[in-house]
Design a protein around this ligand. Structure first.
Ligand code: NAD
Length: 492
């Protein structure tokens, strides 16, 4: 095992580390392509043990039976401990994702802590309401937890996208079995002990890891899992939604994206270019909300390409443990090959390479040069599909209506944005863009108070904001007789 790796080949079940019956599987370090350690390889038996532990913790009400205020105190303590453990969590996040350490420290770890802090407040506000009816009865609603929630997260933001499920799920009184992506289990492995230290009762949070899709499938289909919170690709999301649908389990689906960034000729180009670049290189382009489809109004099209051509190559690329690094390696060799193939196909179909366009050999890691492609055919896969690498495609447009039509010409609908100095246009176009979140003169500015999630092939869940609680609660109505007539069915 490489020095400083915190990985362990066990599973966190019922408040303790247990050996995985099938041993461990290798986890790679993307910056070097070498094995950094092993994580537990959960069998169906292990998944069952984790779900049973969560189920028992739900049924005996050790968590849901606490008052909202008591749950809130523990969630706040979790937030505090996450902040105290920033360095350990950031290092773990940086190593297996290949994420630049500076971003892990200033974005991922505080972003995860924010989730617990925010939902700690909402844990105290799980109010139902009294209903005014003509019944001779007192009628009210209660918001109740589902039971055991399966939280399945992707590789690109392991910590934040786990916290964005765990915090609202726990705030509402659910218990959880968490499954991170196979490539990136490291930060999740640090959570169980943090939760326990904060006072979360054993069995309320359980972690299963595994090398493939099977662990996730076993979780979704387990009879004691009542709801699923999934973030990942559209392809897998469809399967998860299909299975959960068949079993009539609620599922929150946060899926892939293919966001368009519209640059109007009236935009402040200097600011716009900074936004354009960070929108497609952030997290090495492995970002569901990446602004990877740039649409530029024709009068400034060549000028924008020229500025991008001069600036993009200067974005610091390298070892993610270096504090100055902005672009790290892609998460795996397979991910780099996918990006490479999409770029090569676009170039064969006539795309003009403004900058980049090839892999970078460095330390055995999975690096790919930040790439800008112009003049692609509209049906190129790089335009139509999520690339998930540091690649920007650029297309011109003439009118506002054409820009909106091009932006919306995708089944995805996670994010979109526009760069303009015209206030009326900003509101008009924001309304017409088919996306769950729209940014004006900025990109990827996010906060836990503001909901995000997609439409169409990007799914339907909403994380962050009070809206997130919809995925983790259900409504019960209670009707209590206050006069003898109320005992007659339908009395009013
Ligand atoms: P993925 O779909 O391959 O995997 C996501 C998770 O699902 C992993 O934990 C994986 O092990 C698990 N999984 C795989 N097959 C499964 C199955 N059959 N049943 C249950 N679970 C299964 O995604 P990824 O490659 O880890 O992440 C990248 C994708 O996630 C991109 O498409 C990206 O756009 C998307 N994403 C979306 C959001 C959002 O908020 N909408 C945020 C981040 C990432």
């Amino acid at each position: 095992m490489a020095e400083n790796s915190t990985l362990r080949s066990e599973l966190w079940i019922g408040g303790t580390w247990r050996p995985a019956t099938e041993g461990g599987y290798d986890v790679e370090e993307p910056a070097t392509g070498t094995v950094m350690g092993q994580a537990g390889s959960a069998s169906a038996e292990d998944v069952d043990a984790a779900v049973r532990a969560a189920h028992e913790a739900f049924i005996d009400r050790r968590w849901s039976g606490l008052s909202g205020r008591e749950r809130s105190r523990i969630l706040l303590k979790i937030a505090e401990l996450i902040r105290e453990n920033t360095e350990a969590l950031a290092q773990a996040e940086s190593r297996d994702v290949g994420k630049p350490i500076t971003f892990a420290r200033v974005v991922d770890v505080p972003g995860a802590a924010d989730q617990f802090e925010y939902f700690a407040a909402l844990a105290q506000q799980m109010d139902g309401s009294v209903r005014d009816t003509p019944l001779p009865a007192f009628a009210y609603t209660r918001r109740e937890p589902h039971g055991v929630v399966a939280a399945i997260s992707p590789f690109n933001f392991p910590l934040i996208l786990s916290a964005s499920k765990l915090a609202p799920a726990l705030a509402a009184g659910n218990t959880v079995v968490h499954k991170p992506a196979p490539q990136t289990p490291a930060s999740a492995q640090l959570l169980g002990e943090i939760f326990q230290q904060a006072g979360l009762p054993d069995g309320v949070y359980n972690l299963v890891t595994g090398p493939g899709a099977e662990t996730g499938r076993q979780l979704v289909t387990h009879t004691q899992v009542s709801a699923v919170a999934f973030t990942g690709s559209t392809v897998v999301g469809r399967e998860v939604a299909r299975t959960a649908g068949e079993l009539l389990k609620p599922v929150a689906a946060e899926l892939g994206g293919n966001a368009a960034n519209l640059v109007f000729a009236d935009a402040d180009l200097e600011t716009a270019v900074e936004t354009i670049i960070s929108a497609f290189v952030f997290n090495t382009g492995q970002f569901c909300m990446a602004g990877s489809r740039l649409l530029v109004q024709r009068p400034v099209y060549e000028q924008v390409l020229e500025i991008l051509g001069a600036a993009v190559g200067g974005v610091p690329l390298g070892d993610p443990s270096d504090e100055g690094t902005v672009i790290g390696p892609l998460v795996s060799g397979a991910q780099r090959e996918r990006v490479e193939r999409m770029v090569d196909d676009a170039v064969s179909a006539g795309a003009r390479v403004i900058t980049g366009g090839s892999r970078i050999e460095k330390d055995g890691g999975y690096y790919y040069a930040p790439t800008v492609l112009a003049d692609l055919p509209e049906d190129a896969e790089a335009v139509r599909e999520e690339i998930f690498g540091p690649v920007l495609t650029v297309q011109p447009f003439d009118t506002e209506a054409e820009a909106v039509a091009l932006a919306n010409s995708t089944p995805y609908g996670l994010a979109a944005g526009l760069q303009t100095s015209d206030l009326s246009r900003a509101h008009r176009v924001s309304e017409q863009l088919r996306a769950g979140i729209v940014w004006v003169n900025t990109w990827a500015t996010l906060d836990v108070a503001v909901p995000f999630g997609g439409v169409g092939a990007s799914g339907w869940g909403r994380e962050s904001g009070p809206e997130a609680l919809a995925s983790f609660t259900r409504t019960k109505s209670v009707i209590m007789a206050i006069s003898p007539e109320a005992s007659t069915p339908g009395a009013s």
